[in-house]
Design a protein around this ligand. Structure first.
Ligand code: 5AD
Ligand code: FES
Length: 349
């Protein structure tokens, strides 16, 4: 049977079938078309925007791939205060953003109390907005406190679902088990949860990617973020090759067909490895873009990888630029909170 047809209809394939689909370019055209058809059935031509506020590039972790890792002594560090963050939200709201994503390294400077104060202030000023956090691994109690303060979504990529591969990307102080526990804690508390992985990270195999898909099938996240690995010169992985665009696009389509309702961003990393990357990501099934709302003077400092795009533009320019790009790809940016759509329950009588 035709793999693409089977994946569209059954939302699943065997490991063997997935391997063939992941490793071959010959299905791409049909795969991208099937994924686009599926996204249009559920989300039409709407693309949701999320305003990304990178509020600290301090990090206590030391992931081998990441440019803001603790041991990168050449990184110039910065932190935004509550007023700076609120100013980003004000500007974003004026421009039509209805989701703010507070992202940062794991920075103990921001206590739970500080984060909760920031969250509740955003919540009271912008009632019609979603607040998304992306601040790494915390205790369940901390997550609950953030939720109670008014946060509703949380992004935490699992990075790789293979125990052995996880160890190759992270120092011993970090564990896949903890990462997974965090994700299930977040779900239990009631967050809309996003996870995901890098494509073409060092030592990644097709089998690892299949494990990633299987893990996502267990987690059933609302949001799935994937992007190519891009080397950063001040990390232990500086000499590794970047992940590929083709494979990233193929995986976006596969994920769209397995998770028809998921919110899938066309990532900045994809736009960094190819000037048309984000447009192609949308055509392959992605339905979210995340322009930068951080103050322009700190944007260049939040460098997880080299040559990151969109570090020079103002928020308004960045939104305008993306609007044109989205339009050129055949879709439309909307001013909407952009919650995940849920499948209607089949009514059995
Ligand atoms: N290349 C691509 N993506 C990266 N990330 C971190 N470092 C890199 C890199 N060098 C991704 C991780 C993280 C997300 C915020 O950015 O997947 O979860
Ligand atoms: Fe930021 Fe194009 S999206 S400048």
């Amino acid at each position: 049977m035709d793999f693409v047809k089977k994946l569209s209809e059954e939302r699943n394939l065997s490991d063997c079938e997935l391997k063939e689909l992941i490793e071959s370019s010959k299905y791409d055209e049909g795969l991208f078309a099937a994924a686009d058809k599926k996204r249009r059935e559920i989300y039409g031509d709407e693309v949701y925007i999320r305003g990304l506020i990178e509020f600290t590039n301090y990090c206590k972790n030391n992931c081998y791939y990441c440019g803001i890792r603790r041991d990168n002594k050449n990184a110039e560090r910065y932190r935004l205060g509550e007023e700076d963050i609120l100013a980003c939200c004000e500007e974003g709201h004026r421009l039509g953003f209805r989701t703010f994503v507070l992202q940062g390294g794991e920075d103990p400077f921001y206590t739970d109390k500080m984060l909760c104060d920031i969250i509740s202030e955003i919540r009271s000023r912008f009632e019609d907005c979603a607040i998304t956090l992306s601040v790494g691994e915390k205790t369940k109690e901390s997550y609950k406190a953030f939720f109670d303060a008014g946060a509703n979504r949380y992004l935490l990529r699992h990075e790789t679902a293979s125990e052995a591969h996880y160890k190759k990307l992270h120092p011993d102080s970090m564990s896949l088990e903890t990462r997974k526990k965090c994700l299930f804690d977040l779900k239990e508390i009631g967050f809309q949860v996003g996870s995901g992985f890098m494509v073409g990270s060092p030592y990644q195999t097709t089998e690892n990617i299949i494990e990633d898909i299987r893990f996502l099938q267990k987690l059933q996240p609302d949001m799935i973020g994937i992007g190519p690995f891009i080397s950063h010169e001040e990390t232990p992985f500086s000499s590794f090759e970047n992940g590929g665009m083709e494979l990233t696009l193929r995986l976006i389509s596969i994920l769209r067909l397995i998770f028809p309702y998921a919110l899938i961003p066309s990532t900045t990393a994809l736009g960094t490895i190819n000037p048309q990357g984000r447009e192609l990501g949308l055509k392959a099934g992605a339905n979210v873009v995340m322009p930068n709302l951080s103050p322009v003077n700190v944007r260049k400092l939040y460098t997880l990888y080299d040559n990151k795009i969109c570090t020079g533009e103002e928020a308004a320019q960045c939104k305008g630029c993306l609007e044109n790009r989205v339009k050129s790809a055949g879709y439309r940016i909307v001013t909407d909170i952009g919650n995940v759509k849920k499948e209607k329950e089949k009514i059995c009588r």
